[in-house]
Ligand binder design. Structure first.
Ligand code: SF4
Length: 304
C-alpha cells in the first residue's frame, strides 16, 4: 500500500505468495518477483518473512510481525508456472527448478520420440531439462505470440479458445514426420491441451506424447490464484486414460508429487501442494468449500 504516511508491504502469514525487498540508492522497492528489480537495477536484499509487514517512512524502514508465525506453506506452483524464469523465488532460481522438473520428468516418463518441443513459454525450461536428461534434441516447434495474455486465467471459454489460436502456432518444418514429446507445465481443463495437440498433429507430427512437468491438477486454489472449481478440472473427473483420449495424444504422463518436491531446495513440508494433493494447509469454508466439492448439490458435471 502507498499511503500519505509511507509505503507498506506485507506478506501473508503462511508465505503462500513470495514478496521480496530491494534497494535502489536511498529508496526501497518491493516486488513479488526479483526480476522486477533487475529492470530497475535495484539490488535484491531479502524476502519478507511470512506474516511480516515492512513500513518505509521518511527514509526509515520498520519491520513488524502482524501475524502469529504460521507454518510456512510456500506455493510450489510458483516454480511450475506462475513466476518468471528470471526470478529467484523462495530462495530458488525458477529457471533452474524448471530445468530439474523436466529432467525428473524424463526419468519418470521417458518417451520413444525424435524431438522435444516445449509449449511456450512456461514449458520451455522444463523441455530443456527433459531434452538434456533424455538425450533427445530440443527444438522450438511452436512459436508464441507475445501480444496476448495467459489462457489459463482468461475468464470465459470463448476467450480462452480464441486466445489459444492467436497465441500459439506450430512450426511444421520442425514437426513434420517426427515423433514429438510435447512439454507443458500443467493441464487444467484439458481444452487448451487438446487444441495444442491437434495443432501439432495438423502440422504433420507422426506421434504426440504429452508430458506435464507437475502432477495432475485436481483441486482449486483458494490462496490467491483464480483457478476453476473442482468439477471443471479434468484431473478431478477423468482417469489418466480418459485424459489421454480427451486431449487426443498418443500418450500422456505427469510428474509425480514426490518428484516435484525433490526439485526444490526447501523442506518438503514448507510448500503448499493443495492443488495436487487436496491437503489444504489453511481450512476453507463456505463458498470455497462448496467449490472444492466435486459436484455441489444441484449442479451437474461440467465436461471440459
Ligand atoms: S493450492 Fe496450488 S496454486 Fe494455490 S497456493 Fe497451494 S500450491 Fe499454490
Amino acid at each position: 500500500m502507498i499511503t500519505e504516511q509511507g509505503l507498506i508491504a506485507g506478506r501473508d502469514p503462511n508465505g503462500f505468495r513470495p514478496l521480496a525487498m530491494a534497494r535502489l540508492g536511498g529508496a526501497v522497492c518491493f516486488g513479488s518477483e526479483s526480476c522486477a528489480f533487475d529492470l530497475l537495477a535495484a539490488s535484491f536484499e531479502r524476502e519478507l518473512e511470512p506474516g511480516e509487514v515492512v513500513v518505509a517512512r521518511e527514509g526509515e524502514l520498520r519491520s513488524h510481525r502482524v501475524a502469529r508465525a504460521a507454518a510456512p506453506r510456500r506455493c510450489v506452483f510458483e516454480h511450475v508456472y506462475f513466476a518468471r524464469p528470471d526470478s529467484v523465488v523462495f530462495g530458488d532460481s525458477v529457471a533452474q527448478v524448471r530445468g530439474r522438473l523436466g529432467a525428473q520428468l524424463a526419468r519418470e516418463a521417458p518417451a520413444a520420440a525424435d524431438v522435444v518441443v516445449p509449449v511456450p513459454d512456461s514449458g520451455l525450461y522444463a523441455a530443456l531439462g527433459y531434452s538434456r536428461e533424455s538425450g533427445l534434441p530440443f527444438e522450438l516447434g511452436m512459436t508464441r505470440n507475445h501480444y496476448v495474455g495467459r489462457t489459463f486465467i482468461e475468464p470465459k471459454q470463448s476467450i480462452r479458445n480464441f486466445g489459444v489460436k492467436v497465441k500459439l502456432n506450430p512450426v511444421p518444418s520442425i514437426i513434420r514426420g517426427r515423433r514429438v514429446v510435447l512439454i507443458d507445465d500443467s493441464i487444467v481443463r484439458g481444452t487448451t491441451s487438446r487444441k495444442i495437440v491437434r495443432m501439432v498433429r495438423e502440422a504433420g507430427a507422426a506421434e504426440v506424447h504429452l508430458r506435464i512437468s507437475s502432477p495432475p491438477t485436481a483441486w482449486p486454489c483458494f490462496y490467491g490464484i483464480d483457478t476453476p472449481r473442482r468439477s471443471e478440472l479434468i484431473a478431478a473427473t477423468h482417469t489418466l486414460a480418459e485424459i489421454r483420449a480427451f486431449v487426443e495424444a498418443d500418450s500422456v504422463a505427469y510428474l509425480s508429487l514426490e518428484g516435484l518436491l525433490g526439485c526444490v531446495s526447501g523442506e518438503r513440508a514448507s510448500y503448499c501442494t493443495a492443488c495436487w494433493s487436496g491437503a489444504y494447509p489453511v481450512s476453507i469454508a463456505g463458498e470455497d468449500r462448496r467449490q472444492a466439492e466435486l459436484f455441489p448439490v444441484g449442479e451437474e458435471e461440467i465436461r471440459p
